[in-house]
Design a binder for this molecule. Structure first.
Ligand code: FAD
Length: 456
Protein backbone atom coordinates (compact mmCIF):
# COMPACT_ATOMS: atom_id res chain seq x y z
CA UNK A 1 0.00 0.00 0.00
CA UNK A 2 0.98 3.59 -0.67
CA UNK A 3 0.55 6.92 1.13
CA UNK A 4 1.24 10.44 -0.14
CA UNK A 5 2.71 13.38 1.80
CA UNK A 6 1.93 16.75 0.29
CA UNK A 7 4.65 19.20 1.41
CA UNK A 8 3.60 22.85 1.49
CA UNK A 9 5.07 25.24 4.12
CA UNK A 10 6.88 22.43 5.91
CA UNK A 11 9.95 21.62 3.80
CA UNK A 12 11.84 19.39 6.21
CA UNK A 13 12.22 15.79 7.39
CA UNK A 14 12.79 16.52 11.10
CA UNK A 15 9.72 16.94 13.25
CA UNK A 16 7.30 16.29 10.42
CA UNK A 17 4.09 14.64 11.68
CA UNK A 18 2.53 14.12 8.21
CA UNK A 19 5.65 12.32 6.96
CA UNK A 20 5.89 10.22 10.10
CA UNK A 21 2.22 9.21 9.91
CA UNK A 22 2.45 8.41 6.20
CA UNK A 23 5.50 6.19 6.75
CA UNK A 24 3.87 4.41 9.69
CA UNK A 25 0.80 3.70 7.65
CA UNK A 26 2.10 2.39 4.34
CA UNK A 27 5.00 0.38 2.98
CA UNK A 28 5.69 3.05 0.36
CA UNK A 29 5.24 6.81 0.45
CA UNK A 30 5.29 9.54 -2.20
CA UNK A 31 6.80 12.78 -0.84
CA UNK A 32 5.21 15.33 -3.16
CA UNK A 33 5.69 19.03 -3.76
CA UNK A 34 3.51 20.84 -6.29
CA UNK A 35 4.56 24.12 -7.84
CA UNK A 36 1.10 25.52 -7.63
CA UNK A 37 -0.20 27.51 -10.62
CA UNK A 38 -2.48 29.56 -8.39
CA UNK A 39 0.37 30.74 -6.21
CA UNK A 40 2.31 31.76 -9.31
CA UNK A 41 -0.76 33.51 -10.74
CA UNK A 42 -1.24 35.43 -7.49
CA UNK A 43 2.29 36.85 -7.91
CA UNK A 44 3.49 35.16 -4.76
CA UNK A 45 6.39 33.27 -6.37
CA UNK A 46 8.74 36.27 -6.41
CA UNK A 47 12.42 35.90 -7.35
CA UNK A 48 13.71 36.11 -3.76
CA UNK A 49 11.27 33.58 -2.39
CA UNK A 50 11.61 31.31 -5.44
CA UNK A 51 15.38 31.21 -4.94
CA UNK A 52 15.04 30.34 -1.27
CA UNK A 53 12.32 27.81 -2.06
CA UNK A 54 14.59 26.14 -4.63
CA UNK A 55 17.27 25.74 -1.93
CA UNK A 56 14.69 24.23 0.42
CA UNK A 57 13.46 21.76 -2.20
CA UNK A 58 17.00 20.77 -3.17
CA UNK A 59 17.81 20.14 0.49
CA UNK A 60 14.59 18.20 1.03
CA UNK A 61 15.30 16.00 -1.99
CA UNK A 62 18.82 15.34 -0.67
CA UNK A 63 17.54 14.49 2.81
CA UNK A 64 15.01 12.06 1.30
CA UNK A 65 17.65 10.50 -0.96
CA UNK A 66 19.91 9.97 2.08
CA UNK A 67 17.03 7.86 3.40
CA UNK A 68 16.55 5.87 0.23
CA UNK A 69 13.75 8.03 -1.22
CA UNK A 70 13.42 11.19 -3.32
CA UNK A 71 11.19 14.22 -3.70
CA UNK A 72 8.53 14.14 -6.42
CA UNK A 73 8.03 17.59 -7.90
CA UNK A 74 5.15 18.45 -10.21
CA UNK A 75 3.60 21.68 -11.52
CA UNK A 76 -0.01 22.64 -12.08
CA UNK A 77 -3.15 22.72 -10.02
CA UNK A 78 -2.25 21.23 -6.67
CA UNK A 79 -5.45 19.18 -6.33
CA UNK A 80 -5.16 17.79 -9.88
CA UNK A 81 -1.55 16.79 -9.25
CA UNK A 82 -2.28 15.08 -5.94
CA UNK A 83 -5.13 13.20 -7.60
CA UNK A 84 -2.88 12.19 -10.51
CA UNK A 85 -0.38 10.70 -8.04
CA UNK A 86 -3.14 8.96 -6.10
CA UNK A 87 -4.58 7.51 -9.33
CA UNK A 88 -1.17 6.35 -10.57
CA UNK A 89 -0.15 4.66 -7.30
CA UNK A 90 -3.50 3.58 -5.88
CA UNK A 91 -2.59 5.48 -2.68
CA UNK A 92 -5.05 5.05 0.16
CA UNK A 93 -4.21 8.21 2.05
CA UNK A 94 -2.82 11.73 1.69
CA UNK A 95 -1.17 13.55 4.60
CA UNK A 96 -0.79 17.32 4.71
CA UNK A 97 -0.08 20.02 7.29
CA UNK A 98 -3.06 22.15 8.30
CA UNK A 99 -2.86 25.50 6.50
CA UNK A 100 -3.84 28.93 7.74
CA UNK A 101 -4.62 31.33 4.92
CA UNK A 102 -7.90 31.43 3.03
CA UNK A 103 -6.04 29.89 0.11
CA UNK A 104 -4.72 26.99 2.22
CA UNK A 105 -8.13 26.39 3.76
CA UNK A 106 -9.69 26.31 0.29
CA UNK A 107 -7.01 23.90 -0.92
CA UNK A 108 -7.84 21.58 1.96
CA UNK A 109 -11.54 21.63 1.11
CA UNK A 110 -10.92 20.96 -2.57
CA UNK A 111 -8.56 18.12 -1.70
CA UNK A 112 -11.07 16.61 0.67
CA UNK A 113 -13.84 16.45 -1.90
CA UNK A 114 -11.58 15.21 -4.72
CA UNK A 115 -10.08 12.47 -2.52
CA UNK A 116 -13.43 11.38 -1.10
CA UNK A 117 -14.53 10.62 -4.66
CA UNK A 118 -11.48 8.35 -4.94
CA UNK A 119 -12.00 6.64 -1.62
CA UNK A 120 -8.69 8.01 -0.47
CA UNK A 121 -8.39 9.42 3.09
CA UNK A 122 -7.13 12.94 3.74
CA UNK A 123 -5.26 13.44 7.04
CA UNK A 124 -4.66 17.06 8.05
CA UNK A 125 -2.01 17.44 10.76
CA UNK A 126 -1.99 20.25 13.31
CA UNK A 127 0.95 22.08 14.86
CA UNK A 128 3.25 21.61 11.86
CA UNK A 129 3.29 25.15 10.46
CA UNK A 130 2.80 26.75 13.88
CA UNK A 131 3.85 25.64 17.38
CA UNK A 132 0.24 25.74 18.61
CA UNK A 133 -2.50 25.09 16.07
CA UNK A 134 -4.85 28.01 15.30
CA UNK A 135 -8.01 27.47 17.30
CA UNK A 136 -6.31 25.24 19.87
CA UNK A 137 -6.62 28.02 22.42
CA UNK A 138 -9.52 30.46 22.24
CA UNK A 139 -10.97 33.03 24.62
CA UNK A 140 -14.49 32.65 25.94
CA UNK A 141 -17.00 33.78 23.36
CA UNK A 142 -14.63 34.21 20.41
CA UNK A 143 -12.99 31.91 17.87
CA UNK A 144 -9.59 33.61 18.16
CA UNK A 145 -7.60 35.95 20.37
CA UNK A 146 -7.63 39.55 19.20
CA UNK A 147 -5.10 40.77 21.81
CA UNK A 148 -1.61 39.34 22.13
CA UNK A 149 -0.93 39.28 25.91
CA UNK A 150 -3.84 37.03 26.93
CA UNK A 151 -3.06 34.84 23.93
CA UNK A 152 0.54 34.56 25.05
CA UNK A 153 -0.50 33.50 28.56
CA UNK A 154 -2.67 30.70 27.22
CA UNK A 155 -0.18 29.74 24.51
CA UNK A 156 2.63 29.42 27.06
CA UNK A 157 0.53 27.09 29.24
CA UNK A 158 -0.69 25.02 26.33
CA UNK A 159 0.88 21.54 26.18
CA UNK A 160 3.04 21.22 23.07
CA UNK A 161 3.97 17.97 21.43
CA UNK A 162 7.59 16.76 21.57
CA UNK A 163 9.53 17.22 18.33
CA UNK A 164 9.76 14.06 16.21
CA UNK A 165 13.04 12.63 14.99
CA UNK A 166 13.67 12.47 11.25
CA UNK A 167 12.76 9.12 9.70
CA UNK A 168 15.59 6.73 8.87
CA UNK A 169 14.16 5.18 5.72
CA UNK A 170 11.73 6.50 3.10
CA UNK A 171 10.60 4.08 0.38
CA UNK A 172 9.12 5.70 -2.71
CA UNK A 173 7.23 3.56 -5.26
CA UNK A 174 8.84 3.22 -8.69
CA UNK A 175 7.51 4.99 -11.71
CA UNK A 176 6.05 8.17 -10.20
CA UNK A 177 6.93 10.92 -12.67
CA UNK A 178 8.75 13.99 -11.37
CA UNK A 179 10.13 17.17 -12.83
CA UNK A 180 13.68 18.19 -12.02
CA UNK A 181 13.96 19.72 -8.55
CA UNK A 182 14.22 23.50 -9.10
CA UNK A 183 17.61 25.07 -8.70
CA UNK A 184 18.36 28.54 -7.38
CA UNK A 185 20.73 29.02 -10.33
CA UNK A 186 17.70 29.09 -12.65
CA UNK A 187 15.90 31.91 -10.82
CA UNK A 188 16.54 35.36 -12.37
CA UNK A 189 16.58 38.77 -10.65
CA UNK A 190 17.31 37.57 -7.12
CA UNK A 191 18.49 40.27 -4.70
CA UNK A 192 22.22 39.89 -4.05
CA UNK A 193 22.00 39.33 -0.30
CA UNK A 194 19.34 36.59 -0.22
CA UNK A 195 20.63 33.93 2.20
CA UNK A 196 20.92 30.23 1.50
CA UNK A 197 17.92 28.10 2.39
CA UNK A 198 17.40 24.45 3.21
CA UNK A 199 16.86 22.31 6.27
CA UNK A 200 20.52 21.72 7.14
CA UNK A 201 21.19 25.45 6.94
CA UNK A 202 18.13 26.19 9.09
CA UNK A 203 19.10 23.66 11.73
CA UNK A 204 22.68 24.82 11.99
CA UNK A 205 21.50 28.43 12.25
CA UNK A 206 19.15 27.52 15.09
CA UNK A 207 21.90 25.60 16.89
CA UNK A 208 24.39 28.46 16.53
CA UNK A 209 21.76 30.98 17.60
CA UNK A 210 20.84 29.03 20.74
CA UNK A 211 24.51 28.50 21.57
CA UNK A 212 25.74 32.04 21.20
CA UNK A 213 23.12 34.53 20.00
CA UNK A 214 19.97 34.14 22.02
CA UNK A 215 21.45 35.08 25.39
CA UNK A 216 21.86 38.66 24.17
CA UNK A 217 18.45 38.85 22.49
CA UNK A 218 16.48 40.48 25.31
CA UNK A 219 18.85 43.47 25.29
CA UNK A 220 19.89 43.40 21.64
CA UNK A 221 16.81 42.66 19.58
CA UNK A 222 16.24 46.33 18.72
CA UNK A 223 19.88 47.12 17.98
CA UNK A 224 19.77 48.05 14.29
CA UNK A 225 23.48 47.98 13.43
CA UNK A 226 24.22 45.09 15.83
CA UNK A 227 21.87 42.83 13.87
CA UNK A 228 21.36 40.66 16.93
CA UNK A 229 18.22 38.76 15.96
CA UNK A 230 18.08 35.15 14.81
CA UNK A 231 17.31 35.70 11.11
CA UNK A 232 15.35 32.47 11.26
CA UNK A 233 12.23 34.01 9.67
CA UNK A 234 12.70 32.67 6.10
CA UNK A 235 13.49 29.21 7.45
CA UNK A 236 10.33 29.29 9.54
CA UNK A 237 8.27 30.66 6.66
CA UNK A 238 9.17 27.74 4.39
CA UNK A 239 9.07 25.29 7.29
CA UNK A 240 12.66 24.16 6.86
CA UNK A 241 12.65 24.64 10.60
CA UNK A 242 9.85 23.36 12.80
CA UNK A 243 8.36 26.02 15.08
CA UNK A 244 7.58 23.26 17.59
CA UNK A 245 11.24 22.32 17.68
CA UNK A 246 12.41 25.95 17.85
CA UNK A 247 10.14 26.60 20.85
CA UNK A 248 11.11 23.31 22.48
CA UNK A 249 14.85 23.85 22.19
CA UNK A 250 14.75 27.54 23.13
CA UNK A 251 12.58 26.81 26.16
CA UNK A 252 15.32 24.59 27.56
CA UNK A 253 17.64 27.62 27.81
CA UNK A 254 17.15 29.32 31.05
CA UNK A 255 17.79 32.97 30.23
CA UNK A 256 15.89 36.17 29.52
CA UNK A 257 17.00 36.17 25.88
CA UNK A 258 15.50 32.76 25.22
CA UNK A 259 12.29 33.80 26.95
CA UNK A 260 12.04 36.89 24.77
CA UNK A 261 12.76 34.80 21.67
CA UNK A 262 10.00 32.30 22.53
CA UNK A 263 7.64 35.24 22.99
CA UNK A 264 8.43 36.38 19.42
CA UNK A 265 7.73 32.87 18.15
CA UNK A 266 4.38 33.23 19.89
CA UNK A 267 3.73 36.45 17.93
CA UNK A 268 4.08 34.33 14.81
CA UNK A 269 1.42 31.89 16.06
CA UNK A 270 -0.74 34.79 17.20
CA UNK A 271 -0.96 36.30 13.72
CA UNK A 272 -1.54 32.87 12.22
CA UNK A 273 -4.50 32.21 14.50
CA UNK A 274 -5.98 35.61 13.61
CA UNK A 275 -5.66 34.93 9.89
CA UNK A 276 -7.00 31.38 10.21
CA UNK A 277 -10.14 32.77 11.86
CA UNK A 278 -10.37 35.89 9.64
CA UNK A 279 -8.85 35.02 6.25
CA UNK A 280 -10.26 38.28 4.82
CA UNK A 281 -7.76 40.21 7.01
CA UNK A 282 -5.18 39.47 4.33
CA UNK A 283 -6.82 42.32 2.39
CA UNK A 284 -9.52 44.01 4.42
CA UNK A 285 -9.00 46.06 7.59
CA UNK A 286 -9.24 43.82 10.63
CA UNK A 287 -10.71 46.81 12.47
CA UNK A 288 -12.27 49.32 10.17
CA UNK A 289 -10.95 52.74 11.21
CA UNK A 290 -12.54 54.48 8.23
CA UNK A 291 -9.20 55.80 7.13
CA UNK A 292 -9.25 57.81 3.94
CA UNK A 293 -5.70 57.07 2.85
CA UNK A 294 -4.25 59.25 0.16
CA UNK A 295 -4.87 57.78 -3.28
CA UNK A 296 -1.99 55.97 -4.92
CA UNK A 297 -1.96 58.51 -7.75
CA UNK A 298 -1.95 61.47 -5.42
CA UNK A 299 0.86 59.99 -3.32
CA UNK A 300 2.73 58.40 -6.26
CA UNK A 301 5.95 60.42 -5.81
CA UNK A 302 6.06 59.80 -2.06
CA UNK A 303 5.43 56.09 -2.55
CA UNK A 304 8.22 55.86 -5.14
CA UNK A 305 10.65 57.69 -2.83
CA UNK A 306 9.72 55.34 0.02
CA UNK A 307 10.21 52.23 -2.10
CA UNK A 308 13.52 53.42 -3.48
CA UNK A 309 14.97 54.56 -0.17
CA UNK A 310 15.20 58.27 -0.95
CA UNK A 311 12.74 59.90 1.44
CA UNK A 312 15.46 62.09 2.95
CA UNK A 313 14.98 60.39 6.35
CA UNK A 314 18.18 58.38 6.66
CA UNK A 315 16.95 55.55 8.88
CA UNK A 316 13.90 54.99 6.64
CA UNK A 317 16.06 54.96 3.53
CA UNK A 318 18.61 52.65 5.17
CA UNK A 319 15.93 50.11 6.06
CA UNK A 320 14.32 50.23 2.60
CA UNK A 321 17.70 49.70 0.98
CA UNK A 322 18.40 46.76 3.28
CA UNK A 323 15.13 45.23 2.06
CA UNK A 324 16.08 45.74 -1.59
CA UNK A 325 19.54 44.25 -1.07
CA UNK A 326 18.84 41.33 1.26
CA UNK A 327 15.15 40.58 0.88
CA UNK A 328 15.05 40.98 4.67
CA UNK A 329 14.75 43.91 7.02
CA UNK A 330 15.36 44.23 10.74
CA UNK A 331 12.10 44.21 12.73
CA UNK A 332 12.74 47.71 14.09
CA UNK A 333 13.26 48.89 10.52
CA UNK A 334 9.97 47.25 9.46
CA UNK A 335 8.15 49.05 12.24
CA UNK A 336 9.69 52.40 11.31
CA UNK A 337 9.13 52.25 7.56
CA UNK A 338 5.57 50.96 8.02
CA UNK A 339 4.72 53.70 10.49
CA UNK A 340 6.30 56.26 8.17
CA UNK A 341 4.34 55.12 5.12
CA UNK A 342 0.98 54.84 6.83
CA UNK A 343 1.02 57.55 9.43
CA UNK A 344 3.52 60.14 8.22
CA UNK A 345 2.79 59.85 4.48
CA UNK A 346 -0.78 58.66 5.14
CA UNK A 347 -0.67 55.93 2.50
CA UNK A 348 -2.77 52.76 2.69
CA UNK A 349 -1.02 49.87 4.49
CA UNK A 350 -1.85 47.58 1.55
CA UNK A 351 0.56 49.54 -0.67
CA UNK A 352 3.39 48.86 1.78
CA UNK A 353 2.40 45.27 2.44
CA UNK A 354 2.43 44.56 -1.31
CA UNK A 355 5.91 46.03 -1.69
CA UNK A 356 7.18 44.00 1.27
CA UNK A 357 5.72 40.80 -0.17
CA UNK A 358 7.45 41.50 -3.47
CA UNK A 359 10.87 41.57 -1.80
CA UNK A 360 10.82 39.71 1.53
CA UNK A 361 12.24 36.20 1.56
CA UNK A 362 10.19 35.59 4.69
CA UNK A 363 7.15 37.32 3.10
CA UNK A 364 4.22 35.65 4.74
CA UNK A 365 0.52 36.49 4.47
CA UNK A 366 -0.18 36.08 8.19
CA UNK A 367 2.89 37.87 9.53
CA UNK A 368 3.15 40.51 6.86
CA UNK A 369 -0.46 41.61 6.47
CA UNK A 370 -1.22 41.51 10.18
CA UNK A 371 1.96 43.29 11.21
CA UNK A 372 1.19 45.97 8.65
CA UNK A 373 -2.30 46.28 10.07
CA UNK A 374 -0.86 46.38 13.59
CA UNK A 375 1.36 49.33 12.67
CA UNK A 376 -1.31 51.08 10.62
CA UNK A 377 -3.70 50.86 13.57
CA UNK A 378 -6.26 48.85 11.65
CA UNK A 379 -5.24 45.61 13.37
CA UNK A 380 -4.55 44.39 16.88
CA UNK A 381 -2.45 47.22 18.28
CA UNK A 382 -4.01 48.44 21.49
CA UNK A 383 -2.61 51.90 20.69
CA UNK A 384 -3.73 52.34 17.08
CA UNK A 385 -2.83 56.03 16.91
CA UNK A 386 0.78 55.58 18.05
CA UNK A 387 3.28 57.11 15.60
CA UNK A 388 6.99 56.25 15.57
CA UNK A 389 9.20 59.29 15.10
CA UNK A 390 12.01 58.19 12.75
CA UNK A 391 14.57 60.62 14.16
CA UNK A 392 14.01 59.78 17.83
CA UNK A 393 13.84 56.09 17.01
CA UNK A 394 17.04 56.28 14.97
CA UNK A 395 18.86 58.01 17.84
CA UNK A 396 17.69 55.28 20.20
CA UNK A 397 18.26 52.18 18.05
CA UNK A 398 21.21 53.33 15.95
CA UNK A 399 22.85 55.74 18.41
CA UNK A 400 26.14 55.98 16.56
CA UNK A 401 24.58 56.12 13.06
CA UNK A 402 26.43 52.97 11.93
CA UNK A 403 23.31 51.35 10.40
CA UNK A 404 22.57 54.46 8.39
CA UNK A 405 26.14 54.87 7.17
CA UNK A 406 26.23 51.21 6.10
CA UNK A 407 23.10 51.38 3.94
CA UNK A 408 23.23 55.04 2.91
CA UNK A 409 26.87 55.44 1.93
CA UNK A 410 26.21 58.99 0.65
CA UNK A 411 26.18 59.96 4.34
CA UNK A 412 29.29 58.10 5.42
CA UNK A 413 31.15 61.35 5.98
CA UNK A 414 28.78 62.23 8.82
CA UNK A 415 29.94 61.13 12.25
CA UNK A 416 27.80 59.64 15.01
CA UNK A 417 24.15 60.57 15.32
CA UNK A 418 24.62 63.51 12.93
CA UNK A 419 23.96 60.93 10.18
CA UNK A 420 20.29 60.91 11.24
CA UNK A 421 19.66 64.60 10.54
CA UNK A 422 21.66 65.78 7.54
CA UNK A 423 19.24 68.71 7.13
CA UNK A 424 20.74 70.26 10.25
CA UNK A 425 24.11 70.81 8.56
CA UNK A 426 25.09 74.34 7.54
CA UNK A 427 23.97 74.92 3.95
CA UNK A 428 27.45 74.88 2.40
CA UNK A 429 28.34 71.61 4.13
CA UNK A 430 24.92 70.10 3.31
CA UNK A 431 25.52 70.82 -0.36
CA UNK A 432 28.47 68.40 -0.24
CA UNK A 433 26.18 65.43 0.40
CA UNK A 434 24.37 63.95 -2.57
CA UNK A 435 21.32 63.01 -0.51
CA UNK A 436 17.71 64.24 -0.85
CA UNK A 437 15.98 66.76 1.39
CA UNK A 438 13.22 65.28 3.60
CA UNK A 439 10.00 64.59 1.67
CA UNK A 440 8.02 66.58 4.24
CA UNK A 441 8.14 68.10 7.70
CA UNK A 442 7.40 65.32 10.18
CA UNK A 443 5.09 67.57 12.14
CA UNK A 444 3.01 68.33 9.02
CA UNK A 445 2.62 64.62 8.29
CA UNK A 446 1.60 63.89 11.85
CA UNK A 447 -0.89 66.73 11.95
CA UNK A 448 -2.53 65.39 8.78
CA UNK A 449 -2.77 61.94 10.34
CA UNK A 450 -4.20 63.23 13.62
CA UNK A 451 -6.78 65.33 11.79
CA UNK A 452 -7.80 62.36 9.69
CA UNK A 453 -8.10 60.00 12.65
CA UNK A 454 -10.01 62.59 14.69
CA UNK A 455 -12.55 62.78 11.88
CA UNK A 456 -12.85 58.98 11.61
P1 FAD B 1 13.70 37.33 15.56
O1 FAD B 1 13.64 38.61 16.26
O2 FAD B 1 14.90 36.49 15.76
O3 FAD B 1 12.39 36.54 15.99
C1 FAD B 1 12.29 35.12 15.92
C2 FAD B 1 11.11 34.70 15.08
O4 FAD B 1 9.92 35.13 15.71
C3 FAD B 1 11.06 35.32 13.71
O5 FAD B 1 11.85 34.58 12.80
C4 FAD B 1 9.59 35.26 13.36
O6 FAD B 1 9.22 33.98 12.91
C5 FAD B 1 8.95 35.48 14.73
N1 FAD B 1 8.60 36.90 14.88
C6 FAD B 1 9.36 37.88 15.39
N2 FAD B 1 8.68 39.05 15.42
C7 FAD B 1 7.46 38.79 14.91
C8 FAD B 1 6.29 39.57 14.67
N3 FAD B 1 6.22 40.87 14.98
N4 FAD B 1 5.24 38.96 14.10
C9 FAD B 1 5.27 37.66 13.79
N5 FAD B 1 6.33 36.87 13.99
C10 FAD B 1 7.41 37.42 14.55
N6 FAD B 1 7.75 38.37 9.71
C11 FAD B 1 7.71 37.36 8.80
O7 FAD B 1 8.13 36.24 9.11
N7 FAD B 1 7.21 37.58 7.56
C12 FAD B 1 6.74 38.78 7.15
O8 FAD B 1 6.28 38.91 6.00
C13 FAD B 1 6.80 39.86 8.07
N8 FAD B 1 6.38 41.12 7.71
C14 FAD B 1 6.42 42.13 8.64
C15 FAD B 1 5.95 43.40 8.28
C16 FAD B 1 5.96 44.45 9.19
C17 FAD B 1 5.43 45.79 8.80
C18 FAD B 1 6.47 44.23 10.48
C19 FAD B 1 6.50 45.34 11.49
C20 FAD B 1 6.95 42.97 10.85
C21 FAD B 1 6.92 41.92 9.95
N9 FAD B 1 7.39 40.62 10.30
C22 FAD B 1 7.32 39.60 9.38
C23 FAD B 1 7.78 40.32 11.69
C24 FAD B 1 9.26 40.50 12.02
O9 FAD B 1 9.71 41.74 11.58
C25 FAD B 1 10.14 39.39 11.41
O10 FAD B 1 9.61 38.12 11.70
C26 FAD B 1 11.55 39.45 11.95
O11 FAD B 1 12.13 40.71 11.70
C27 FAD B 1 12.39 38.37 11.31
O12 FAD B 1 13.71 38.44 11.72
P2 FAD B 1 14.32 37.39 12.73
O13 FAD B 1 14.04 36.01 12.23
O14 FAD B 1 15.74 37.74 12.95
O15 FAD B 1 13.44 37.63 14.02
Amino acid sequence: NVSVVLFTSDLRVHDHPPLRAALDEAAETVPLFVRDDRIDAAGFATPNRSAFLADCLTALDEALRDRGGRLVVRSGDVVDEVCAVVDATGAGSVHVAGGVSGYAQGREERLRSALTERDCALHVHDAVVTAVAPGAVTPTGNDHFAVFTPYFRRWAQQGKRKPLAAPRVVRVPDGVGSEAVPSRADVPDVSPGVPAGGEAEARSRLTAWLRSGVAGYADGHDDLPGDRTSRLSPHLHFGALSPVEAVHRASKKDNAGAEAFVRQLCWRDFHHQVLAARPAAARADYRDRRDHWRGEDEAADDIAAWKEGRTGFPVIDAAMRQLAHEGWMHNRGRLLVASFLTKTLYVDWRVGARHFLRHLVDGDIANNQLNWQWVAGTGNDTRPNRVLNPVLQARRHDPDGAYVRHWVPELKGLEGAAAHEPWKLPADERAGYDYPEPLLELSAGLARFQRARDRS
